[in-house]
Design a protein around this ligand. Structure first.
Ligand code: FEO
Ligand code: CA
Ligand code: CA
Ligand code: CA
Length: 626
């Protein structure tokens, strides 16, 4: 099976491991979804009043709103070609692509071989994803995730992209993880500062400390680490975040796929099922690196699925896995500081029917003060949405779950199921509005909604913030914490947008009223606010431009105004790619955007390998861009 799976997305790969049932009664229900008009009025009724729903809930963009639009660019049409498009008055250029040297001892990428293992940890890695820019002593430093690999591209000489040696595995391990590197803008635009003392690669083999309630627990001990406090590597780093004290948060998502068993007689531990750890790994690491062979190291998968903190100012620092933030398929981490100084981190678990979480520190953040325990000592909550527009964060504690603190940290999904959390349509990025007390989460899509339980057996009814069966387009849910305080356990919620295709569907699949022929998109995924409070939305969806997805074109980035609901298309990516990862230069005159897994010939032209790439976008008049 492995041969045919190399081209799949992680989501598709996971689905292949746990297929949905052939046919259920819900398949028929899907065909009779409510009319679009009826659906919207139903959603609006949930709030029973404008105060609950907020000014922007599912609003259309009237001409009056357009006249006062905060979106300052001329929206662009869809694209289906192999390059990037931005609005009139803007330009883009390449910053860095996988295989580009971060250190001068590494050669330029050899497109015939995909590069040699010897320098694979000295170059920009594969599949750029979440990123943040930091200013360190006047230098601008980007920390960025390298989510996974495209083995047919990274191992172009291997038949089918299959790993065939320990060196192949090591090369793939080195091309993933995180890169930290200095950037600078010169007369020719932005470039990597090769050999900067701040440049660093973190891979699947970099030592990192385990902190928080699970540190030292028996379930985390291995032969190589009998104390259970030092892990090697961070994996499937998807979205990102930034702490108030200027460190980088990288989020381990589909870690399960890296593990397998070389012993057919080995019985997989029961807890593997909820996280999707199987007998066969995606890349056959287990065949060449015993650490990933669960028949030899059954605790190793339990040392992944966390959020890892990295100090971009100190290339010798040891990254820290913060188990208090829970173990699941972490998408990103949106950190903010509550009025009393407690640190709040919102997080999504990206799998069909999994949950949204919030962590609140026990300690208080003060600039320049001790931050060393703020992400290790606190309370984890999971979201429960009620269909009436209210909701609450439920504490995950020994009292509410019957599990120990360490067990909650290691088997967080199980703890959340125990308290009856709301199963969501694949929570991707969370973002916190910098100019209003509200949070947003992309619920990217969920073809199992109303059709299949999650991996823990929790039902997935089509209701509340996940209102459509077999949801193929996705939506963005927004919540308003009670008393304008992110530490509050109560909130109200609405849907900022439901993606859909009104040119194809006249029912709920047509989307909310702020979706129109001019801004069609599906599968919102990456999402960040700029400093002015505009919401930037990136997509990772079906780019076939056919049938249900006709008129949507390639994956893209849009800007949304939270106050009016207006959403406009700003950028389109090359075909085959996902647009993911966004940050800004210190002067806010450049926006850095990630292009993940484009199809060839991006960006180097015919005959070259396709390369995931960070691009820099500027206004031609060099004005600020968010
Ligand atoms: Fe790596 Fe959920 O996206
Ligand atoms: Ca994502
Ligand atoms: Ca996605
Ligand atoms: Ca991706």
């Amino acid at each position: 099976m492995r041969d045919e799976t190399y081209d799949l997305s992680w989501d598709e790969w996971d689905e292949l491991q746990s297929p949905r049932p052939d046919h259920t009664d819900f398949d028929d229900v899907v065909e009779t979804a409510l009319s679009r008009r009826g659906f919207l009025s139903g959603v609006l009724a949930f709030g029973s009043g404008a105060a609950v729903m907020g000014a922007g809930s599912l609003m259309s963009t009237t001409s009056a709103e357009a006249a006062t639009s905060r979106i300052g660019f001329k929206p662009i049409p869809i694209a289906t070609d192999a390059t990037v498009h931005v609005p009139e008055g803007y330009s883009w250029s390449k910053l860095v692509s996988w295989g580009d040297p971060l250190f001068s001892d590494a050669p330029e990428l050899d497109h015939a071989t995909g590069g040699d293992v010897a320098w694979s940890d000295r170059v920009f890695g594969e599949n750029t994803d979440g990123m943040e820019l930091f200013t360190v002593g006047g230098r601008q430093v980007i920390a960025v995730n390298h989510e996974y690999v495209n083995t047919k591209i990274n191992l172009p000489q291997n038949e089918g992209g299959k790993v065939a040696s320990a060196d192949d595995v090591l090369k793939l391990q080195n091309l993933q993880g995180v890169a930290v590197f200095e950037v600078a803008e010169g007369d020719d635009g932005w470039s990597v500062v090769v050999d900067s003392p701040l440049n660093r690669r973190i891979t699947h083999n970099t030592p990192m400390k385990i902190a928080g309630p699970a540190a030292g627990h028996d379930l985390l001990k291995t032969e190589a680490d009998p104390e259970g406090t030092m892990a090697l590597g961070t994996m499937n780093n998807c979205g990102a975040g930034k702490t108030p004290w200027g460190t980088y948060l990288t989020c381990e998502e589909n870690f399960n796929g890296y593990f397998g068993s070389t012993n057919a007689a080995f019985a997989l531990p029961e807890d593997y099922a909820r996280y999707g750890v199987k007998a066969e790994g995606r890349y056959n690491y287990e065949g060449f690196d015993p650490r990933f062979d669960v028949s030899k190291n059954p605790n190793e998968p339990r040392r992944f699925g966390y959020i890892v903190e990295i100090d971009p100012a100190d290339p010798t620092s040891t990254p820290i896995k913060h188990t208090a933030l829970g173990r699941f398929k972490h998408e990103n981490a949106a950190a903010t500081v509550a009025p009393d100084g407690r640190v709040v981190v919102y997080m999504g678990d990206d799998e069909r029917g999994e949950f949204m979480y919030k962590y609140v520190s026990n300690g208080f953040y003060t600039p320049g003060g001790d931050t060393s325990t703020l992400l290790d000592d606190g309370t984890l909550y999971v979201a429960k949405f009620d269909p009436d527009g209210s909701g609450r964060w439920i504490e995950l504690t020994p009292t509410t779950t019957g599990m120990s603190e360490a067990e909650i940290a290691i088997f967080t999904r199980v703890a959340a199921s125990k308290v009856g959390a709301t199963t969501m349509d694949r929570p991707e990025w969370v973002a916190v509005n910098p100019i209003a007390v509200e949070g947003y989460c992309c619920l990217t899509n969920n073809k199992n909604r109303g059709i299949k339980t999650n991996a823990g057996g929790d039902e997935t009814p089509a209701v509340g913030p996940n209102p459509r069966e077999a949801n193929k387009y996705g939506q963005i849910v927004r919540w308003y914490p009670a008393e304008d305080n992110h530490t509050s356990t109560d909130f109200s919620w609405d849907l900022y947008v439901m993606a859909g295709n009104p040119t194809v569907h006249g029912d709920a699949y047509g989307g909310s009223d702020n979706v129109n022929e001019g801004n069609l998109f599906n599968s919102p995924d990456g999402m960040m606010f700029d400093s002015t409070g505009l919401l930037w939305i990136q997509t990772d969806g079906d780019d076939s431009n056919e049938d249900d997805f006709a008129g949507m074109g390639n994956n893209q980035m849009l800007a949304g105004d939270p106050a009016t609901g207006q959403i406009e298309r700003f950028m389109t990516g090359p075909n085959g790619s996902e647009v993911t990862g966004l940050t800004w230069s210190a002067d806010r005159r450049t926006m850095f955007v990630g292009i993940q897994h484009p199809a060839a010939p991006f960006p180097d032209g015919e005959g070259k390998l396709a390369r995931s790439t960070i691009i820099a976008i500027k206004r031609d008049d060099n004005a600020m861009i968010g």
